[in-house]
Design a protein around this ligand. Structure first.
Ligand code: ZN
Length: 257
């Protein structure tokens, strides 16, 4: 089907105006009149991801994270982003970004990790909860060397109200404390947590804090997107990136000592 039609459909599901004001999702590169038959879905866009798109014959790459976060004036092949862009163009691969519009949409990236957190039985002991949560994630995400850290004042607590934010969620501590109609979460799950926010939160709030890899928190939504693309057109060949792009958890690029 034509890229233009596909984009119209995607933007009816995930309107661009749901994105944050600093974010510019949408078509990054590609001819809207081109025919799309094979699509690769990925959290990130890296050299390895574009190589995979070429290898699997994709003519459209859809990623959650954008290639460019800031204004750009030069896209020459002498920078790594320029190299990626040029490689896409040379291989006739369009690139479409679904970032904070997909985070903020109902049933989107943020809701998907929350749904997984909610699917663990209520009243489960924290450690058992985390094992079950991790088992569910492992079934949905390519093999990584996962690190799941937990910080809690009471490791023997039971979990009834998990609150999950995909991606870097350390600005959501207060929301977690006020969630569930003011009752507050008893478990806060997010990624990229830093020393000070965690140190402050663990002294102020009654929830346990879990840090999971950023990639792991967002990849599960790609399964939903694949389903949505198939619902649009069953002849589309939609593939999920078969490997991890988490730099800290990639078995090829990272070791833990
Ligand atoms: Zn993210």
């Amino acid at each position: 089907m034509k890229l233009l039609k596909l984009i119209e459909h995607l933007e009816s599901l995930y309107p661009l105006n749901l994105s944050e004001d600093w974010d510019f999702p949408g078509l990054c590169v590609g001819d809207v009149q081109s025919e799309i038959s094979t699509i690769l879905l990925s959290v990130d866009i890296t050299d390895a991801v574009v190589d995979e798109a070429i290898a699997c014959g994709a003519n459209l790459l859809i990623t959650h994270h954008p290639l460019f976060f800031r204004s750009v004036h030069l896209v020459g092949g002498d920078t790594f982003r320029g190299r990626i862009l040029n490689k896409l163009i040379k291989n006739n691969i369009s690139h479409y970004v679904m970032h904070t519009n997909a985070d903020n949409q109902i049933g989107g990236v943020r809701d998907t990790i929350q749904e997984i957190a909610d699917s663990v039985q209520k009243g489960t002991l924290l450690s058992d909860y985390l094992i079950k949560f991790k088992t569910k994630l492992d079934k949905l995400v390519p093999k990584t060397a996962p690190l799941m850290k937990v910080c809690a004042n009471d490791m023997s607590m039971k979990i009834y109200r998990p609150y999950a934010i995909g991606g870097s969620g350390d600005s959501f501590f207060l929301e977690a404390a006020q969630a569930f109609n003011g009752e507050g979460a008893d478990l806060f799950i997010t990624s990229d947590l830093r020393h000070h926010p965690v140190q402050d939160a663990i002294q102020q709030f009654n929830f346990a804090i879990v840090d999971i890899p950023h990639f792991v928190s967002e990849y599960p939504w790609l399964h939903k997107l694949k389903y949505q693309l198939h619902a649009l057109n069953q002849t589309l060949d939609v593939k999920l990136l078969p490997f991890s792009t988490d730099p800290w958890n990639d078995l090829k690029t990272c070791q833990v000592f």
